[in-house]
Design a protein around this ligand. Structure first.
Ligand SMILES: Cc1cc2nc3c(=O)[nH]c(=O)nc-3n(C[C@H](O)[C@H](O)[C@H](O)COP(=O)(O)O)c2cc1C
Length: 505
């Protein structure tokens, strides 16, 4: 039992694989009357309205998202800058009326638009905001007060005194209400929750970098301590990660004693179904001991880029100045529903992959690799590629027209066959688990989500389109063999020219 019992992650991964047969023999019908609400509502909590007149970042998105602020930068964090970060990460950006009902879409992509992620804020040194623990409510752009006091030290303690947390101005705590995603994806939703946390992080980290605010993602912490602080049970709502924001002027003092949180939240739907395999893998990847947490913080990457054997292609990435601003990109982002079968340029693809492949400032090392199926990219022959993140080169693995295969691998969705290129994030899970235990299973999916979120930002900044995609697990590995032998696909992103834009032009 516990984080070192890596058979748990192996078994969960195997059990939640999709295949041509599994999706046909295990159909799932959506109970629309029991659809979970995408909002967590605390009727008894006091609220604080955040400013609505927000000028989002005018910096070129490719520049903002690629850079990270100097970790020592003591840039002030105030209510306005904090709101820009929260809105860029998880704000409501678009509304659509479907069958007489309003659906809101958000700054970051979310599988099935189910939005399982919640964000809490432990504010310490935020100008104009009393120190306290708050819940961010994207629906009305308000903070709800959960606890008074400065909780940064308690969070740092939960993470073996991680310096970025101890010296932060504020800490965000991101959790997942698993049922929201499990309503559609059942136990496999566990993976989706980390992907969705990742796309939010991609936006958040870019927005923080644009403001010159240092930010670090921390995933190794004592789950029970953080759960107790935010008042969640770990089974129904689990903590995905912490994000240290800013650098304080003075070290934070000791936090008050954490008493049980008495605030109730409304039920998400009439009934919630528990998926035991999901609960089990979250439990089996929990951490408790500071020694174990500190060991994970110093783990080195298990990824080895194999020696290049195929033909190599290198492009000059499009210059950041030619791309849209980060603010505009976030407001205009929305998953492409249909791609025109048109090519994008090699320079555009290089810019998207270069941005996607920057490892975030985090307490875990690089865990994934990027593979591609190229359908239509100027300067690249159609085929399967391995993207060498270290050098930015595309290594040809096999030539061929693989539109049909690309469409098939992403669960038979035309988005895969019509796109210009299909990115496939993969990881050698055995190495990941050997290095980080079951926690590495969480981290690898989170990393894939961040890389996918960055790919979205880069594609939209260049006026192109993107969409996250799920996939047939083993068939994807087989497609990229022998290069990808032993690797598991973690997430796909299709890139290309949206059909609507192709028509407009
Ligand atoms: C991890 C992930 C997986 C996704 N998988 C699919 C998919 O398989 N098919 C699809 O059409 N869209 C997929 N999407 C796109 C979502 O449906 C989309 O993000 C959601 O409807 C919200 O809309 P928006 O991205 O336009 O804001 C995925 C998105 C994410 C983040």
């Amino acid at each position: 039992m516990g984080n070192d019992h890596i058979e748990a992650a192996r078994a969960f991964h195997e059990f939640t694989k999709h295949s041509y047969t599994s999706v046909r023999t295990s159909p799932h019908y959506l109970d629309w009357d029991n659809r979970p609400s995408p909002y967590k509502i605390y009727p008894g909590a006091g609220s604080l309205a955040l400013p609505r007149e927000l000028a989002l970042s005018g910096k070129p998105a490719l520049e903002a998202a690629a850079a990270a602020a100097d970790p020592r930068a003591k840039t002030a964090l105030d209510v306005e800058s904090l709101t820009r970060l929260l809105f860029s990460a998880d704000g409501l950006t678009r509304r659509k009326r479907v069958a007489g009902e309003d659906y809101h879409f958000r700054a970051a992509a979310s599988a099935g638009a189910l939005y399982p992620i919640e964000i809490y804020l432990a504010a310490g040194e935020v100008d104009e905001l009393e120190a306290g623990l708050y819940h961010f409510s994207p629906a009305d752009l308000k903070l709800r007060g959960l606890r008074r006091g400065d909780w940064r030290e308690a969070l740092a303690r939960a993470a073996a005194m991680r310096p970025s947390l101890k010296e932060s101005r504020a800490v965000l705590i991101m959790s997942a209400l698993f049922w929201r995603s499990a309503w559609k994806y059942r136990a496999r939703a566990y993976r989706y929750c980390f992907w969705d946390a990742g796309t939010i992080l991609a936006n958040l980290l870019a927005a923080a970098a644009a403001e010159g605010i240092p930010a670090e993602v921390v995933t190794a912490f004592a789950d029970a301590e953080v759960e107790q602080l935010v008042g969640v049970d770990g089974d129904r709502e689990g903590v995905m990660c912490l994000v240290a924001l800013g650098r304080s002027l003075e070290p934070c003092g000791a936090s008050p004693v954490v008493e049980p949180l008495a605030l109730e939240s409304l039920p998400l739907s009439r009934e919630e179904i528990t998926y035991d395999d999901l609960v089990r893998i979250h439990r089996e990847s929990r951490l408790a001991s500071a020694v174990e947490i500190a060991r994970l913080h110093s783990a080195t990457t298990p990824v080895v880029e194999p020696p290049a054997t195929g033909e190599m292609f290198v492009f000059e990435p499009v210059a950041p100045r030619e791309a849209m601003s980060l603010g505009e990109t976030i407001l205009r982002r929305g998953s492409t529903r249909v791609f025109a079968r048109e090519a994008i340029s090699g320079n555009e693809l290089a810019a998207i992959l270069a941005l996607s492949g920057v490892h975030p400032r985090a307490d875990f090392p690089r865990l994934t690799d990027t593979y591609l199926i190229v359908n239509a990219v100027e300067g690249l022959v159609p085929g399967a590629y391995y993207y060498r993140r270290d050098s930015g080169a595309f290594e040809l693995l096999k030539k061929g027209e693989f539109r049909a295969e690309a469409g098939y691998l992403c669960l038979e969705q035309p988005l895969g066959s019509d796109c210009a290129a299909l990115m496939v994030f993969m990881a050698e899970l055995e190495r990941v688990l050997a290095a980080l235990g079951n926690r590495g299973y969480r981290d690898a999916h989170l990393e894939a989500g961040i890389l996918a979120g960055r790919a979205y930002l880069a594609a939209y900044a260049l006026g192109r389109g993107a969409t996250g995609l799920t996939f047939y697990d083993d068939d994807t590995t087989k497609f990229f063999e022998p290069h990808a032998t032993g690797k598991s696909p973690l997430l796909m992103v299709a890139l290309g020219v949206p059909l609507s834009r192709a028509r407009d032009s």
